[in-house]
Design a binder for this molecule. Structure first.
Ligand code: ZN
Ligand code: ZN
Length: 574
């Protein structure tokens, strides 16, 4: 039966020919998506010189008959779009009727396909059929593209180096493997393995196959829904952050998408769990009614527009934040060691950071879906016995699971931060008069800035009066200011008010006040504190909502498990 139909002229005109193919990765994308549409469960991509010399895609899909093989290279042939409206739906991976003829017109193509009976072979160059004959191939399709852009020198010179072209293809296939854990993907370059997934239909296993054990063992499952969206997938613990946004991987109805608002919601959920400029690894499936999605019409773009975007970003933000809140996030001091079965002959340049994590010994991992993450509540009942202070900076603790090191500044900063934030959000403000009012002298411009925002100051519970030229006198303050540090705190807050820029965002402002005061009021490194102070700090830390990070996202505590120690001292051999 012939699966491919010919698209209407009208629709065809909407698609600009040639825009689809601009690099080797876009050829791979078109071919692989065709394989997916053909219901393949196994897709192999073999490149020679990153695709510059040749690109082969071999699948075990439903295949094509002789007529399909021929029609596939006609302009506007497509198996999946029949009317204009379909363009606006995202349930298909895209529209590619244009792709194969476009690719064929600028390269040499050999296609071999079979639906299980007599297969067929077709060989084209520059879009012209050189040969067509029966073939003995089993069910599925093999397509090989060589000499890409041989007849369009202008485009040829835009192809990049072998490494760049390969990095693009590899990054695309990684995302696709995560979108489709039910399909086994293989990528090789010059016969060297680059990527391999098993098609187990287990997302965590696919994450393991792509990122290795150090990442897959640090992922937290998420699952939630509201009226419009259903989300599921994995988000990483804050100890394995990346320096680029590339690992915020999201799919809408099975299609890889990139959207700034979605990325922002995910990143915001990690607020204070990570430093600025670091990004988490997340793999999230978003299911929704296709009519809510408007795919950017340009076929190579991954951007989407959604009606009800707020509903989605709120769901993502709340779900991820909750997953982090509920988890025990003390990083192990010793990284899980891991080596992939692939001896990677090639590693894309941007991934050298990941490579470091992938050496050592293979450790097995259980991908059971039932494993619940360890809950944060356990941290709250965690008993740490303080041993002492090292280097005037690190608190050493122990319990029957191992040894813990705490950064005293970071830990106290967290305690202070949550204290200030809670008090700043309070409606009822307790105010106290100062025994000795403090005067603050400002420069003219500062004074004007301050007076323009004076209600922010008074709303916080401060009372002040003007006191001569460019000077204010503060007479009372909210009681939550740290005793003995009133003046310093007030000056800091006045500075923050003067520094306000743009629209006033009360939440952001409170955050700023809390972080600034928290840091200022915390014990510094190289300050020796007593055992009693250490005990007090530990007690307050375990009560925090997020005891694991300072408000700047740095860790407060790390763990050397007994197992890690035994391994280091070779008491345990595996
Ligand atoms: Zn600090
Ligand atoms: Zn900090």
């Amino acid at each position: 039966m012939s699966v491919i139909k010919v698209m209407s002229e009208n629709l065809a005109n909407k698609i600009a020919a040639g825009e689809v193919v601009e690099k080797c990765a876009s050829v791979v994308k078109e071919l692989v998506e065709n394989s997916i549409d053909a219901k393949s469960t196994e897709i192999k991509v073999h490149l020679v010189k990153g695709g510059l010399d040749s690109i082969s895609v071999i699948d075990n899909g439903i295949g094509m008959d002789e007529e399909d093989c021929h029609n596939a290279f006609l302009r506007h042939a497509t198996s999946k779009i029949f009317k204009d409206d379909d363009l606006f739906f995202i349930n298909t991976l895209g529209f590619r009727g244009e792709a194969l003829p476009s690719i064929a017109s600028v390269s040499e193509v050999e296609l071999e396909s079979s639906q299980g009976d007599v297969g067929s072979y077709i060989h084209l160059k520059g879009g012209k059929i050189l040969e067509q004959k029966p073939s003995g191939r089993g069910k599925g399709t093999k397509i090989t593209i060589t000499n890409l852009f041989y007849n369009t020198p202008a485009r040829l010179k835009y192809l990049k180096s072998e490494n760049t072209e390969l990095a693009n293809t590899s990054s695309f296939l990684e995302k696709l493997s995560l979108a489709r854990p039910d399909i086994a993907f293989t990528l090789t370059n010059n016969d060297n393995p680059v990527l391999k997934t098993s098609g187990s239909n287990n997302l965590l296993k696919a994450i393991h196959e792509i990122y290795g054990l150090n990442v897959s063992s640090k992922m937290l499952p998420i699952k939630a829904l509201n009226d419009d969206f259903e989300i599921s997938g994995y988000v990483c613990k804050p100890e394995i952050l990346k320096s680029s946004r590339n690992h915020l991987i999201t799919f809408i109805n099975g299609r890889v998408v990139r959207n700034n608002e979605i990325n922002k919601a995910i990143n915001d959920a990690y607020y204070t769990y990570k430093p600025d400029g670091k990004y988490p690894i997340v793999v999230i499936n978003i299911e929704t009614d296709p009519t809510l999605v408007d795919v950017n019409i340009h076929p190579t773009k991954q951007d989407v527009k959604l009606s009800k975007m707020n509903s989605l970003t709120t769901l993502l933000y709340d779900t991820i934040k909750n997953a982090l809140y509920e988890s025990l996030l003390i990083p192990d001091a010793i990284k899980k060691e891991d080596v992939k079965d692939l001896n990677k002959a090639f590693v894309p340049l941007e991934k050298t950071e990941d490579l470091k994590e992938d050496t050592g010994v293979q450790t097995t991992m259980d991908f059971g879906e039932t494993k619940e993450p360890v809950k944060n509540e356990e941290f709250k009942s965690l008993v740490l016995y303080p041993v002492g202070l090292c280097l005037g900076t690190y608190i050493v603790c122990e319990n029957d699971e191992g040894i813990y090191l705490l950064d005293q500044h970071a830990a106290q900063e967290r305690v202070n931060y949550e204290h200030y934030l809670k008090n700043l959000a309070e409606d009822q403000i307790m105010v106290t008069d100062m025994l000795v009012p403090i005067t603050i002298e400002l420069r003219e411009s500062e004074y004007l800035e301050f007076m323009a925002h004076q209600n922010i100051f008074t709303n916080m519970g401060f009372k002040f009066e003007e006191f001569g030229i460019n000077t204010i006198i503060v007479k009372s303050h909210p009681t939550w200011l740290r005793r003995g540090m009133e003046e310093e705190s007030i000056r800091k807050i006045v500075d923050l008010i003067i520094g306000l820029k743009g629209d006033f965002d009360p939440l952001k402002f409170r955050e700023n006040v809390a972080i600034t005061l928290a840091c200022k009021m915390a014990i510094k490194a190289n300050e020796h504190i007593s055992m009693l102070e250490i005990e007090g700090l530990l007690k307050n830390l375990v009560k925090c909502d997020n005891p694991y990070n300072c408000p700047h996202g740095r860790p407060t505590i790390i763990k050397f498990s007994i197992y890690d120690l035994e391994k280091m001292f070779k008491r345990a051999m595996n």
